[in-house]
Design a protein around this ligand. Structure first.
Ligand SMILES: C[S@@+](CC[C@H](N)C(=O)[O-])C[C@H]1O[C@@H](n2cnc3c(N)ncnc32)[C@H](O)[C@@H]1O
Length: 395
């Protein structure tokens, strides 16, 4: 799977800020505004390896056809970039995450970390403070997040490299055995949810978009308005754990075309039996989560990314993962468990003599945020933190 440089013609509109990545072409390369050059438009070229995005639809290996979309939906294409002051995200379990990562680098002079989900850069900012010699490679599939993170982290710009990449492509930018720690803070960021133009919010009116990478082909509008009723129900059931998936899919199909997020929320709420609706504070939450996961093929890339991250860890290096729903956490738990246990293949036989494990769990099970964090940040509510450490292969 090859990542490609954003082409000069790629219609990504990003604000020009110091240190930010923009899609402005400079002799066929993307460009960065140096710190202190805000507004001066003096662009310096960045290496072509620095800004990349996956090709359309490659995750699911299928072609997505937008032709079937109503004109209104295409016209409602998102203004995907929230202003910088809106790009705020409270890093979940920040201190514990940073403690775990820093412990993987205790004996290294210039440790290298990977923040596989840079987002608004909150965890990475704390890591820079904790480890004054650390370098961080930051990835995000959302170009707007990278712009905001680079601005927020401008004072550490000599220690930060960013890449517009999906995290399962991390081996494109980091070498095997080179990292003291990798962080995956899965899911969406607050700015993505809070900006109505991104279409993630069931509360605010916006286009049915939900793409983390606005260059990807598949949007929520395509699924909602063009997919077969059974496929739609399956998505809502599998990724949303929504028992009423069939009713909801049927109501959506009858209401087509569905033009925006709040229309969809209303259709979902009306589809629920009255008794269920009365008990549910956010009737559309599960359906929106399911659509978002499908649009971004979120679950498909977690396992390959975790395995690639483990390959990239140096001995003693830490893999730290925050998951926010059971579908994500199941995958994280399984991979960490499998990598930290000898698998014999047969319960009635001892492990083969050459069987090795390369990880140890830093703690058993998952840690949850403490009550004071939950009071301050309700979005931390479902967080599950897991951590494992790279060890010399052990029998
Ligand atoms: C929960 S936020 C991270 C917040 C960050 N830790 C902070 O403190 O600001 C998750 C971020 O990961 C990004 N993301 C989600 N899936 C991704 C993937 N497969 N590859 C790269 N980035 C991804 C999202 O675009 C989002 O910006």
């Amino acid at each position: 799977m090859t990542a490609v440089l954003i082409q000069p013609s790629t219609p990504v509109m990003l604000p020009i800020q110091p240190g930010s990545v923009t899609a402005l072409p400079l002799h066929g390369r993307a460009a960065v505004l140096s710190s202190g050059e805000q507004g001066s438009k003096m662009l310096r070229p960045v290496p072509s390896s620095t800004i990349r995005h996956p090709s359309d639809g490659e995750l699911a290996g299928r072609q997505h056809d937008r032709d079937g979309l109503a004109e209104e939906q295409l016209a409602a294409a998102p203004d995907s970039t929230p202003p910088m002051d809106e790009f705020r995200h409270v890093p979940v379990m920040r201190d514990e995450v940073v403690d775990l990562l820093a412990a993987g680098a205790s004996d290294r002079e210039r440790p290298l970390f990977l923040d596989a989900t840079l987002g608004a850069g909150g965890h990475t900012a704390a890591l820079f403070e904790r480890c004054p010699n650390a370098q961080v490679v930051g990835l995000d599939r959302d170009a707007a997040a990278l712009v905001a993170a680079e601005e927020r982290l401008a004072r550490y710009s000599d220690r930060l490299t960013t890449h517009h990449l999906r995290f399962d492509q991390l081996t494109d930018v980091v070498d095997p055995g080179s990292l003291s720690g990798v962080l995956f803070d899965l899911g969406v960021s607050s700015p993505q949810i809070d900006h109505p133009g991104r279409g993630f919010s069931f509360r605010q009116t916006g286009p049915l978009d939900m793409r983390m990478n606005v260059d990807d082909a598949l949007s929520a509008a395509e699924i909602v308005n063009n997919w077969d009723e059974a496929d739609l129900a399956s998505v809502i059931w599998r990724h949303g754990d929504e028992k009423q998936a069939r009713r909801i899919a049927s109501a959506i199909v009858k209401s087509r075309p569905v033009l925006d997020t709040t229309s969809l929320s209303a259709i979902v709420a009306d589809a629920l039996p009255a008794a269920v609706r009365r008990k549910t504070r956010q009737p559309a939450a599960k359906t929106f989560q399911a659509l978002r996961i499908e649009v971004n093929s979120e679950l498909d890339v977690i396992e390959p990314a975790l395995l690639a991250a483990i390959d990239s860890l140096d001995l003693g290096g830490r893999l730290v993962v925050l998951a926010y729903h059971s579908g994500e956490d199941r995958i994280v738990k399984r991979v960490m468990k499998e990598e930290s246990r000898v698998i014999t293949g047969r319960r009635d036989l001892p492990p083969p003599p050459d069987a090795k494990v390369r990880m140890r769990l830093v703690f058993n099970g998952a840690h949850k945020p403490l009550a004071n964090e939950l009071e301050a940040n309700s979005r931390a509510g479902s967080a599950r933190l897991r951590a494992a450490e790279r060890i010399e292969g052990l029998n």
